[in-house]
Write a protein that binds this ligand. Structure first.
Ligand SMILES: NC(=O)c1ccc[n+]([C@@H]2O[C@H](COP(=O)([O-])OP(=O)(O)OC[C@H]3O[C@@H](n4cnc5c(N)ncnc54)[C@H](OP(=O)(O)O)[C@@H]3O)[C@@H](O)[C@H]2O)c1
Length: 259
């Protein structure tokens, strides 16, 4: 399938590793020019070096998506470096475990900042550039927990539901501008985030055993790979997904018992 991504300009937040890095790699592999950010300057530059092997124009910047000024600066510099903007992938984020009784206001606030407010601020900053192109794509990386709450990830579940509503409302508001907005909901995908969860939760279990037990609820019986996700994101970002907006697509191996 020809995706029509060649020469498009894309931003991927949180792309030094994990899903963001795979998404940036996939988009660059399809011929897009890509701007990436994460907080760690060394890691984001290393990711950019790898992406430059595709021959595409790659722009990298250390930027924290919870910092409003840093978001504006990153989006503006990215649009300048890439000559405009067609695609925004809101991916930066992290797991925030904790039950209702263990989470403080500060925990809730920091989780909202990294999940919901990063999407709000990055989308707001990208909007004039997408409009200037006469249309574009926003893909929000979200979590199945937003539809299938888990009290062990209480704030994540609640805040990801807000991200789903944000996606739908923005899709409706921006449809007349030809800007299509969709959510990709992750279940369990093996990334560095899971190395940290493994160390915290069950350091004595072998990695394979920890992943096997965690994925016991997944009908396909395994963790996803970052490439399982990046393929879907590339499609949503593409010309071929021209009649898809406000959609909420699970990339989760069937995880989540709901219709
Ligand atoms: N993997 C899963 O099973 C899973 C499940 C549900 C949802 N998700 C969501 O999918 C997204 C990607 O997750 P992942 O598993 O790839 O995580 P990961 O392996 O921890 O990678 C996260 C990336 O985001 C960056 N990042 C984190 N906080 C940031 C911030 N405040 N500003 C800028 N960049 C930031 C990290 O770099 P720095 O630390 O250097 O900033 C890193 O590049 C997240 O939104 C996550 O919540 C993942």
């Amino acid at each position: 399938m020809e995706l029509g991504l060649s020469g498009k300009a894309a931003i991927v937040t949180g792309a030094s590793k994990g899903l963001g890095r795979a998404i940036a790699r996939e988009l660059a592999g399809e011929g897009a020019n890509v701007a990436i950010c994460s907080r760690g300057a060394g890691e984001i530059e290393a990711a950019a070096e790898e992406l430059r092997a595709t021959g595409r124009n790659i722009y990298a910047q250390a930027a924290d998506v919870t910092d409003p000024a840093a978001v504006t600066d990153f989006v503006e510099r990215s649009a300048q470096a890439l000559g405009g903007l067609d695609i925004l992938v809101n991916n930066a984020g992290r797991a925030h475990p904790g039950t209702f009784e263990t989470l403080s206001d500060a925990d809730w606030q920091s989780d909202l900042d990294v999940k919901l407010f990063s999407m709000i601020r990055c989308s707001r900053a990208a909007l004039p550039h997408l409009r200037a192109r006469g249309g574009g794509r926003v893909v929000n990386i979200n979590a199945v927990f937003g539809k299938y709450p888990d009290p062990a990830f209480f704030a994540t579940s609640v805040n990801r539901a807000a991200c789903l509503s944000f996606t739908k409302a923005l899709a409706i508001e921006l449809a007349p501008d030809g800007i299509l907005v969709n959510s990709v909901n992750i279940g369990y995908v093996e990334t560095p985030q899971w190395e940290r969860i493994h160390e915290r939760r069950a350091p004595d279990l072998r990695r394979e055993e920890f992943l096997r037990r965690t994925a016991a609820d997944v009908p396909l019986g395994r963790f996803g790979t970052p490439e399982d996700v990046s393929a879907v994101v590339a499609f949503l970002a593409s010309e071929r997904a021209g009649y898809l907006t406000g959609a909420s697509i699970d990339v989760a191996g069937g995880f989540g018992r709901y219709l």
